[in-house]
Design a protein around this ligand. Sequence first.
Ligand code: C2E
Ligand code: MG
Ligand code: MG
Ligand code: MG
Length: 277
Amino acid sequence: IAKQVAPGSHVFFSQEMADEIQDRLRISNDLQQALANNELDLYFQPQQQVADNKPVGMEALLRWIPPGKKTIPPSVFIPVAEETSLICDIGNWVLQQACACFQRWQHSSLPLGNLSVNISARHFHSPDFIARLTVLMQQYPGCRHNLTLEVTEGVFLENLTESRSRMAHIKALGVNLSIDDFGTGYSSFAYLRELPVDELKLDRSFIQYIDQRPQDKAIIACLLDLARTLGMSVVAEGVETEQQLATLAELNCPAYQGYLRAHPMSEADLIAWLEKH
Ligand code: C2E
Ligand code: MG
Ligand code: MG
Ligand code: MG
């Protein structure tokens, strides 16, 4: 193809693009191995009430820890996995693992609250998603009414009718739905009217400068109002400072998560953290 391109004009396949495709292929192959070799691990980040810091739940966050190497963050490997059905295998592993942990913790008297799990669009729309979730809820009945699936707005882009029927099935299983990174996607409010959404997670990009930018504070105030009116709960993401937390309290935001109080942590660390709270 490159030969047909006139000199000086852009070449369709640059070396950079070829390298990137190579990188992605390598990550994808390694990731498949990692799943088989138990190199994936779930971390958990606590969520707390804004008013009194009472724990209200935790979000499961995937980590890839190749033996003898540094942890690879999900921002590197999730987008690659999302290009193929590998994300479904990974997502099923995450769901299974998270529910097993949660049901195990229920034997303790720890203040668990609710367990949130991130679900990619491709996984959400995969043909056997509902059937698998049904089996999972039979296997881990303790997770019923305590499990929330976090999806981003992009999930509803493809097919609203299909999304609506999937979400109805999910709700019927006693599983809740949350919109992750709310406000950063395609933000048609139509789907909030159409879909049984339980929770909005306000994206970190709005929280980050809530005390510097009046616009950001106004947007958060407005989204909190919207959620209250529609009967949805809210979690503010990425709270890093006391000032941000104070502002969220002033705005009556119900819950938050962020480095201020807790980073994502291993299962053992989470249990120790919950015991202290
Ligand atoms: P997310 O679902 O929006 O998760 C929140 C991310 O923000 C996490 O990054 C978390 O560690 C980070 N975070 C939490 N508090 C703070 C804070 O105060 N400051 C800052 N700067 N960051 C904070 P992480 O764990 O690297 O995950 C990144 C993204 O990868 C997630 O964003 C989610 O989209 C995706 N992801 C993670 N685990 C899974 C998974 O099991 N399945 C799927 N499909 N996606 C996942
Ligand atoms: Mg999330
Ligand atoms: Mg998020
Ligand atoms: Mg995100």
